[in-house]
Design a protein around this ligand. Structure first.
Ligand SMILES: [Zn+2]
Length: 102
């Protein structure tokens, strides 16, 4: 997992390995576009992801720091990408992080 730990700007959850686990889970749901959403490789500026805790949509800025996705940025996303984000949000709500038996 190459993704640097980076706190969610909304709730402070550190998004690193957990994000990868989340990505794997989503993969089983056959949401194939996820690679552009929760990159397991090094994220690039403009990469999208989602907080596994508060489900805030997030985007990496030029310094690869997570920022909340603004409403304007959200509106500029392709429709299918927006629908993927919402499907992932639903999956997170159905399977909240931390409720898997530890
Ligand atoms: Zn969060």
């Amino acid at each position: 997992m190459k993704t640097r730990p980076c706190p969610c700007p909304e709730c402070g959850t550190i998004l690193d390995a957990a994000t990868g686990a989340f990505a794997a889970e989503i993969d089983h749901q056959r949401i194939t576009d996820l690679k552009t959403l929760a990159p397991e490789a090094t994220p690039e500026a403009g990469s999208l992801t989602i907080c596994i805790k508060c489900t805030q949509f997030l985007i990496f800025d030029q310094n690869l720091i997570l920022q909340p996705l603004s409403h304007q940025q959200y509106l500029e996303l392709p429709d299918d990408l927006r629908s993927v984000l919402h499907r992932i949000r639903r999956v997170i709500h159905d399977h909240p992080a931390g409720e898997e038996h530890a």
